[in-house]
Design a protein. Structure first.
Lengths: 245, 270
């Protein structure tokens, strides 16, 4: 289903920002002013395989490379080295509402965001009511999204993103969306999708929800794969390691 | 062959998204304006009126034997299309970085959607343009414009203008990812370009020795081809038409190659 072979991802911390013509011009004459090339390996030789229907948890400290890994799988980034093979349609819930235009109404955003996620017009037409129903926002359908609270935006985004039955679902910490009632609802929806045979890549700092949901766990640290395997054991070890530091 | 098939399949897959992006631009453009889409029709007419007043009354500009209003308006709507579309296309990739950073979308969609969006406005502005042409038949201005069968060539010329603009859009949007200065530089370039395109003047006023330089300005080719049909009722010269197509193809080729080669690097320059 998903196969990662020796994935490495290099970022160049030096070329970032403020590189304008002025600087480019200066750097021709002044070698010291040339942007320093500091290589940063966000992922370093990571390989593993995910079978269809598996729910994989990703754990690791901040900056361990979890989000980068998700981006590589979803195709946002091409790895510097290595090979990714992904069979099946990927639905990325990396950050909810990224595709919203705040000037448009909720109704218009459902279509726009749906299109960004790769849905067809026919599909959205069919599922429109389901999305609205799940988001509990029927009364605000024709209000511009800029007037929504962040909770409402998250609800709408979650409803659009989960209306499909994707073959691969990529989730980055979103279960804490909306009010308590909606959190419960979204969790149930996730469980439903997981049981429906979707392959899930799940990133969270909540070990509780990882243990609850995941079949296997991948532990990343400084871009390297530390361990992969049994959820309970690795979570325990990870927890200990984190606290001992 | 398979490459073309792939491109077509990709187009088809993202057709709906393209439509949605264009629709979004349209809605936002006319949001909270009373006249709404009427502005697309009114704007070129008002621009033309102002320029006609300034240039024909204050500077006594004339292009002998032709309707100066149509001469102006043709220049205005065609250059306006190019400058607006290429400008929006240039900034489109950078402005959509938040999205590109999170979801996989083919990046060429953004500049292309902008060129098509402005293209719709361009097509709308052809309505008042044609209206003015008809009115010249009834005595508006000094000379009537021409309505003839060569109008059938116009879509080809406009298509070339679109392709040229899309090619420029690809190129600019790609370069501006790595060098944001391009945003400002291009503004200056556009101003210079505008003055070196005969929008309100005729190249007859340029010394004869220098006139050949205008042949290298693609926009001059598109304008000349359109004007020879509309103002003089003549088929554009073969060289003129060939250059229209050649400039469009060169821009597309360079734009596509540069964009395709660099698009995977965009993500590092966010």
């Amino acid at each position: 289903m998903i196969k990662l072979e020796n994935i490495s991802m290099k970022f160049n911390l030096g070329i970032e920002k403020n590189y304008s013509i002025k600087e480019a011009f200066i750097s021709i004459f002044d070698k010291k002013r040339r942007p320093k090339k500091t290589d940063f390996w966000a992922l370093n030789d990571v390989s593993f395989e995910i079978k269809q229907g598996e729910v994989i948890g990703l754990i690791g400290s901040n900056g361990a490379g979890k989000s980068t890994l998700l981006k590589v799988v979803s195709g946002v980034m091409k790895p510097t080295k290595g090979k990714v093979t992904v069979n099946g349609q990927v639905s990325p819930m990396i950050e909810l509402g990224a595709g919203f235009d705040f000037e448009l109404t909720a109704r218009e955003n459902i279509y726009l965001n749906g299109a960004i996620l790769g849905y067809s017009k026919k599909f959205i037409d069919e599922k429109f009511d389901e999305i609205v129903e799940f988001s509990e926002l029927r009364d605000f359908l024709d209000a511009p999204v800029k007037n929504f609270s962040s909770g409402m935006i998250a609800k709408l985004a979650f409803s659009i993103a989960t209306v499909v039955d994707p073959e691969i679902l990529i989730v980055d910490e979103i279960l804490s969306v909306g009010d308590i009632k909606f959190q419960e609802k979204s969790k149930n929806k996730m469980m439903e999708m997981i049981k429906g045979g979707t392959t899930v890549l799940y990133v969270s700092h909540s070990l509780e929800s990882i243990e609850e949901l995941c079949d296997r766990v991948v532990w990343l640290e400084h871009g390297k794969l530390i361990k992969i395997g049994n959820t309970k054991e690795i979570c325990k070890e990870y927890y200990k390691k984190q606290l001992n530091k | 062959m398979t490459a073309i098939k792939n491109i077509m399949a990709n187009f088809k897959k993202y057709k709906f998204l393209m439509g949605q992006l264009i629709l979004r631009d349209f809605k936002i453009k006319y949001k909270r304006s009373v006249l709404g889409v009427v502005w697309s029709l009114l704007y070129p007419i008002l621009m033309m009126s102002v320029m006609a007043l300034v240039f024909s009354n204050m500077f006594r500009f004339q292009v002998e034997g032709t309707s100066y209003l149509v001469y102006l308006l043709t220049g205005i709507i065609m250059f306006q299309y190019f400058s607006e579309a290429s400008n929006l296309a240039m900034t489109s990739v950078v402005y959509n970085f938040p999205l590109i950073n999170k979801i996989y979308i083919p990046k060429y969609i953004f500049p292309l959607a902008k060129c098509l969006f402005v293209g719709i406005n361009f097509v709308l502005s052809l309505i008042p343009w044609f209206l003015i042409i008809i009115l010249t038949q009834f005595g508006l201005g000094n000379y009537p414009a021409s309505i003839n069968l060569y109008y059938l060539i116009l879509p080809l010329i406009f298509l070339c203008l679109l392709l040229f603009t899309v090619g420029m859009g690809f190129f600019l949007s790609c370069v501006s990812v790595f060098l944001r200065d391009v945003f400002y530089i291009y503004g200056i370039v556009l101003t210079i370009w505008q003055y070196f395109t005969p929008i309100f003047y005729s190249i007859e006023i340029i010394p004869a020795k220098l006139q050949f330089l205008f042949e290298f300005n693609p926009l001059y080719q598109y304008l000349t081809a359109t004007r020879s049909i509309v103002l003089y009722g003549q088929c554009p010269s073969a060289l003129n038409l060939i250059l229209c197509v050649v400039y469009a193809l060169i821009a597309m080729l360079v734009g596509c190659i540069v964009f395709k080669k660099n698009q995977d690097k965009f993500i590092y320059y966010i």
